[in-house]
Ligand binder design. Structure first.
Ligand code: PEP
Length: 249
């Protein structure tokens, strides 16, 4: 059985005291054992959040990592540093990193390698912009993101990946992909994985949906056979909404 995962990307939100208050509030709730809850705070708070989250079996991720081992790369965080503070997941290629920081699939492939070498789990983000969907090019667009960012991995390594499909037109816009649109793309991604790695591997990889996922729509999205959970932005900043989403399976 694939893991069900609900991960909250806090992006560049919350002061120190607000971040600690949020994880403490999340800790007060219980979530079905089958669901792995992950919080992804700004890096500066990660150590403290790791310590607080452990009591409730909530895991912690980081929003970005370097493709380099270490050294003279001002402002960057290496995978070894991330591991050393107890974080276990790292977002790779979130659309905001791709758009504002010009991250390319080839850079992301290097980041993925660093993380896997350090036994961290990359959450590899993909998803088309609106123009690509309107032009009917969305499948090809996502295909190249998956192939160029991930398909250099062997079977053992790809099994360490979580994929997040996040249509860019749905992120932070309040426009959620329909349940059918999500299932169609998730199935397409799983078929790419099947063609490259076979059924057993493809069926073991969790594919999360992201893009304006809120408590009122989560249940419908998560009911799809290829949707294994969510990567949640805005709604993860509120403990009750985040927990309601995690309890939507
Ligand atoms: C995200 O940033 O990954 C995301 C899905 O954001 P939102 O839920 O706010 O659309």
């Amino acid at each position: 059985m694939r893991k069900k995962i609900v991960a909250g990307n806090w992006k560049m939100n919350k002061t120190h005291s607000e971040a600690l208050a949020l994880i403490k509030e999340i800790n007060q709730h219980t979530v079905n054992d089958e669901v792995q809850l992950i919080v992804i705070p700004p890096s500066i708070y990660v150590s403290e959040v790791v310590n607080l989250a452990a009591s409730n079996n909530v895991r912690v991720g980081v929003q970005n990592s370097s493709q380099y081992d270490g050294g003279a790369y001002t402002g960057e965080l290496s995978s070894a540093m991330i591991k050393s503070v107890g974080a276990q997941f790292v977002l790779v290629g979130h659309s905001e990193r791709r758009e504002y920081f010009k991250e390319k699939n080839a850079d992301l492939a290097l980041k993925v390698d660093q993380l896997i070498n350090d036994d961290l789990t990359p959450i590899y983000c993909c998803g088309e912009v609106l123009e690509d969907r309107e032009a009917g090019n969305h499948f090809n667009f996502v295909k190249s993101q998956i192939e160029e960012g991930l398909f250099h991995l062997d079977e053992t390594a790809i099994l360490k990946i979580v994929i997040a499909y996040e249509p860019v037109w749905a992120i932070g816009t309040g426009v959620t992909a329909s349940s059918d649109q999500a299932q169609e793309m998730h199935h397409f991604i799983r078929t790419l994985l099947t063609d490259k790695y076979g059924n057993d591997v493809a069926n073991a990889i969790s594919i999360l949906y992201g893009g304006s996922c809120k408590p009122n729509i989560a249940q419908e999205l998560f009911a799809n056979s290829d949707v294994d959970g969510g990567l949640i932005g805005g709604a993860s900043l509120n403990a009750q909404d985040f927990i309601a989403i995690a309890n939507s399976f």
